[in-house]
Design a protein around this ligand. Structure first.
Ligand code: PMP
Length: 281
């Protein structure tokens, strides 16, 4: 398979990452993941805008124009013949001797790969169990940094408790999953944490809220509590890779269970129809 290294698309075996890359020493970098359906990039603009925003928040400069980024992503997908899956790309602050103090002006390092990955239909149909755990992350969760230790530990804890995803909460407030955004449904209204420094504002989240609007489903973007999650009629998670998955049960810090989830199913049905149109278009 081929990978991206700055502006080159090269065989993976030929890619070499420097010992002194700040991504390696400090997790000093950002990333994005974009869904690929039928060889085409889904919601590409939103992902590239968020990539740029993450860079700015970390005083990083994306060394390529949006058009160059798009053509690099396109070339890598074509070279690997990817049809259904995703493209991952990251930008680190580049190669400098290890020092907390970074220098400006060093060339950043862009890398990327593609992966074949189907839509998780079984999870979408059956729902998943999630593991509730305290959110121990820093206070800039809005930045899509490669420094993911809080998320990584939460995900491991979930798996160790036979759950497919974590559900993080800061005290009483539910923030998000380890790599997904969280939603509850109460009396046919969708409630989800608002955009803030406490969560990563998902591109899928935004898309799903747009679909909800089209379907005339009311939405409240506000913090919601553990108590509200326990009392909710439905819960679901969203991300680039899973799209929309219903939550079947919550374990861990607190417990809850959900049934048929009609609002989640309606949204998922609409999401799938849109993707099929996108694939055909
Ligand atoms: N929250 C976190 C912490 C994530 O890592 C992700 C996945 N990138 C998401 C939410 C979902 O974001 P998106 O819908 O853009 O994939």
């Amino acid at each position: 398979s081929y990978v991206m290294y700055n502006e080159s698309i090269i065989p993976k075996e030929e890619a070499a990452i420097s010992f002194e890359d700040r991504g390696y020493y400090f997790g000093d970098g950002i990333y994005e993941v974009i869904r690929v359906y039928n060889g085409k990039l889904f919601l590409q603009e939103g992902h590239l805008e968020r990539f740029q925003a993450s860079a700015s928040k970390l005083d990083l400069v994306v060394p390529y124009s949006p058009d160059t980024m798009k053509s690099l992503l396109r070339r890598l997908i074509d070279k690997n013949g990817l049809t259904t899956g995703y493209i991952y790309f990251q930008l680190t602050r580049g190669i400098q001797a290890r020092d907390h103090l970074y220098e400006r002006g060093t060339a950043p390092v862009l890398t990327g790969f593609t992966k074949t990955a189907g839509v998780p239909f079984a999870k979408q149909t059956d729902g998943i169990d999630v593991y509730a755990t305290e959110d121990i992350r820093w206070l800039r969760c809005d930045i899509k940094t490669i420094n993911l230790l809080g998320n990584v530990l939460a995900k491991r804890a979930a798996e160790d408790h036979h759950c497919a995803e974590a559900l993080q909460h800061r005290g009483d407030v539910i923030t998000e999953g380890s790599s997904t955004n969280a939603f509850i449904v109460k009396d046919e209204t969708i409630i989800t944490h608002p955009q803030s420094n406490y969560i990563l504002e998902g591109i899928t989240k935004r898309y799903v809220l747009q679909l909800a609007k089209q379907l005339n489903i009311p939405v409240e973007q506000r913090p919601f509590t553990i108590g509200e999650a326990k009392e909710a009629d439905e819960m679901f998670m969203t991300s680039t890779s899973v799209e929309i998955v219903p939550v079947r049960s919550i374990q861990g810090s607190f417990e809850a269970g959900y049934g048929h989830s009609p609002v989640t199913r309606e949204l998922l049905g609409e999401f799938r129809r849109e993707v099929e149109l996108f694939e055909a278009g």
